[in-house]
Design a binder for this molecule. Sequence first.
Ligand SMILES: [Ca+2]
Ligand SMILES: [Ca+2]
Ligand SMILES: [Ca+2]
Length: 423
Amino acid sequence: MAKSIRVVTLAVALVLVPASVAVAAPPSDTVIVKFKDGTSAAQRSDALQGADVDRTVGTVPVIGARVVRAEDSASATAGALDDDPAVDYAEVNRRMRAAVVPNDPLFARQWALQVINAPAAWDARALAGFPSGGGPVVGIVDSGVRTTHQDLQGAIAGCLSATTTDAGSSVSDGGCEDQNGHGTNVTGTIVARAGNGIGTAGLAFNSTAIMCKALDANNVGLMSDISACIVALRDRGARIVNLSLVGPPSETLYRAVAYAYDGGNGALVVAASGNDGTTNVNYPAGYAEAMSVAATDNTDSHPAFSTSNDDVEISAPGVGIIGPYNASDSSYAIFTGTSMAAPHVSGLAALLATVNPSLNAAGLRSVIESSAVDLGAPGPDPVFGYGRIDVARAVAAAGASVDQPAPPEPPAEEPPAAGAEAE
Ligand SMILES: [Ca+2]
Ligand SMILES: [Ca+2]
Ligand SMILES: [Ca+2]
């Protein structure tokens, strides 16, 4: 049941595209007022004086409204004008903003963040200033991470590695150097700093990641190491655990995933569905405790490699995902696979935990599912699960949600097996 590695690594020429947007702040103390048709100049003058209007500062063409400055409170002036019989309507001339665009030069190439409506979510949730803190810790089991990468400074909260020796499987601090590049891309997709004028933007730029390295330079690792990492990440407080790797079922892996998820009260476990292009169920995604993530492309279509089965729970972009690379501290590369879809879900979960810290893992999972954009056959289906994630809809739902859904049914026991590979 060996799986070949289908991660595509393409070196990317750095084309820097300025993407900053300057928005001048309009005055805040003005009111828009529209008089009723046929009102006299005297009636208008009386209305303006009675509402403490200082002066008229402009007009709104076609609409026929004027913009006036209030002597004191814009809202009081708007209210007084609105009550005047000569006035059609009046309203405070409020600030509106361009949907936030980070100044990261490669953001223009991050199509996935546009498709899943990340900028609108950041804007709506006061993350438009791209704070570098305030989010939960995300655990990642992968090939390691280039901790010195320029876009990951301040983003890495821990560097762990697992080794299986005669003394047994163990996890220790350090040793998380990425010899493949896969783990650095996954990490960057979730927590690359945004608004720093460098490279790409992570979806959950305000979170930090703990990497636990369990995959080697060929993206292959032992079940024992992967399982030990999952347990260690949960023990170190990860609210989400990203598993962009697949393999055959394993009792050890199952127990580690169940330990981390803790019946919906632990960490949300997010796993790649696989790149078989078949209906095989891969693990850990196949366990009921783990969210199985399928890939979509930039047209919300199903890429042929993305594994489809009844366990697929959600979809996210996984084709042509640009992110930090391990070749140097300033390199970026494009990866494709369900490995890249899973971290978009993990990043979303981190944002949801930021918006509503009271959501437990089951709650995060429920919000992600209920807010997804349905694709393919109506309703949940084996190709897309509940649909493609929508960050704006999800954070809106999380802000309103205080429900804690019941944990899932316990899964069937699975026989042990030996290896897993990155997808
Ligand atoms: Ca950046
Ligand atoms: Ca599952
Ligand atoms: Ca569907």
